[in-house]
Design a protein around this ligand. Structure first.
Ligand code: NAG
Ligand code: NAG
Length: 476
């Protein structure tokens, strides 16, 4: 008997579900309009990233999808952009995060949005295939330690880069270069014996990928074995018209090792008269993040490319981004979410959003105005007010006005809307947007907050509504 109400409820529930499924079956987004700030833009708290208009039920169903799509993507792209700012534009940044990413879907998203945020390539082959992101990587330590001796290399011939000649014993050529390197004192003290298992691995790798020879040099001993072995193979490849890609350091004191490696490459350039050898590319990886990049910069290093994984793709510095979806207007009635915490108070009304640029070309302020207010105009003075602080306000005379929200869905796929750009173009946009920010907004320590404002009219309206909606307390 005690089960009775339970059974009854389940039956009712099924009737409810059927009706709900019927409702879902006939739903579409033909009455929905979606406006958004273009992907790859710099955005600031409180300015709506996306504005959804349509029947409240349908818009409500879009909430989780849209917020999910925006939050992690924006977080990881921001993280990538921050790494790019610290590393500087001249360095190559490689995303090496797939093994540590939050599951396969987290890994794919991270690769895509790290590229958007300013990385140059990924080691995630699936993401490369899906989005056309350049792929970069090296062999593993296991590849090096899987070799026992040079005798294991059976096929030793290598065709020259121009295809005209062939070297029958590439291994012999490598060994003769190694002897020359060991005999000369390219580094103070010279080189002793290197690990020949490692030499075999490098040689074998170069035979397979003569035009993409990038060697991981820290399996045994970077300075005593990895680097001289790499140089021997690189010089042998050079004899056949190939240019080696460089080395990768994956452990130890990256600043020191990179400087020593650079010295060695330069000494070889001089000793054997091989122009350009001193500029051989050095890639570093191993638990890098914004802080370690900053430290490396302060210590001085010779790294050309950074492979960054865990801290980048898991967004170690901040686990989640807190974008939310709020109702701001229904049936032409403004709606406002009040909160004790002023950062959680939503700004009511369907709004238009503009970015106002100053004389020097930098963005000065983002301005939100009501739907029916006239847009700000170039060279016309406009009052910009902090949405919640009465005393914070400023007149702005914009030199350029950019409307931020563009239409991406107008009820049907054939209606006029903004183009969806290729990933590469979005990445370029992101790079340009970061570069055009005033430097004091972007500095690592105590950055100047960027101003986000409302028009005087919207300010008055917010506070009128606030007073109307907030219950008046009573002192006892
Ligand atoms: C290379 O170093 C490893 C680890 O020290 C060692 O086991 C191996 O025998 C060495 N190989 C050669 C050919 O010296
Ligand atoms: C408003 O801004 C002023 C000036 O920056 C500041 O001193 C004041 O504390 C702010 N008031 C509130 C309520 O945040």
């Amino acid at each position: 008997m005690r089960d009775m109400p339970h059974v009854l409820m389940i039956t009712l529930f099924f009737i409810g579900v059927e009706g709900f499924l019927d409702y879902l079956r006939q739903l579409d987004c033909s009455e929905v309009e979606v406006y958004a700030i273009p992907e790859g833009s710099i955005v600031f708290p409180r300015v709506p990233l996306i504005r959804v208009e349509g029947p409240v039920g349908v818009a409500q169903l879009l909430e989780t999808t849209l917020v999910n799509l925006v939050n992690f993507a924006s977080l990881v792209a921001t993280n990538a952009a921050r790494h790019r700012i610290v590393a500087g534009n001249s360095k190559i940044l490689l995303e090496f995060g797939l093994r540590r990413a939050q599951g396969p879907d987290g890994g794919i998203s991270a690769s895509k949005y790290c590229y958007m945020g300013g990385f140059d390539a990924t080691s995630n082959v699936a993401a490369g295939r899906l989005f056309g992101i350049p792929l970069k990587g090296t062999h593993s330590h296991a590849f090096v330690s899987s070799f026992m001796s040079p005798d294991e290399i059976v096929e030793k011939s290598l065709r020259s880069a121009d295809g005209l000649t062939s070297c029958e014993d590439f291994l012999g050529l490598v060994q003769s270069w190694l002897n020359k390197i060991q005999r000369t004192k390219v580094l103070s003290g010279g080189f002793g014996d290197t690990n020949l298992s490692e030499l075999a691995a490098f040689t074998s790798y170069a035979l397979a990928f003569p035009a993409n020879f990038l060697a991981l040099v820290d399996t045994y001993d970077v300075l005593r074995s990895g680097i001289p072995n790499f140089c021997a193979v690189a010089l042998a490849l050079r004899d056949l018209g190939y240019e080696a890609m460089g080395i990768r350091l994956d452990s130890g004191d990256l600043a020191y090792l990179s400087c020593q490696a650079r010295k060695c490459f330069q000494a070889i350039e001089k000793e054997f008269e091989v122009p350009g050898f001193g500029k051989m590319s050095i890639t570093a990886s191993n638990d890098l993040n914004e802080e370690t990049l900053d430290h490396l910069n302060k210590q001085g290093h010779e790294v050309d490319a950074f492979g960054i994984g865990t801290y980048l793709v898991t967004c170690f510095a901040q686990a989640a981004l807190g974008c939310v979806f709020k109702l701001v207007e229904i049936n032409n009635q403004p709606r406002m979410k009040l909160s004790e915490d002023v950062s959680k108070v939503s700004i009511p009304c369907k709004k238009q959003c503009y970015r106002l640029y100053g004389k020097e070309g930098y963005p000065l302020v983002d301005l939100m105005i009501g739907e029916n207010e006239p847009a700000p105009k170039v060279a016309e003075r406009i009052l910009c007010r902090h949405p919640f602080n009465e005393s914070k306000r400023a007149y702005v005379v914009p030199q350029r006005v950019e409307e931020l929200l563009k239409c991406y869905w107008r009820g049907s796929p054939v209606e006029m809307r903004e183009d969806m750009l290729p990933l590469k173009d979005i990445r370029d946009r992101c790079t340009r947007q970061v570069a055009q920010m005033r430097p004091d907004h972007m500095r690592r320590l105590n950055p100047t907050p960027y101003k986000v404002s409302v028009s005087a009219k919207l300010y008055d309206f917010i506070h009128f509504l606030w007073l109307n909606e907030a219950p008046v307390g009573e002192l006892q």
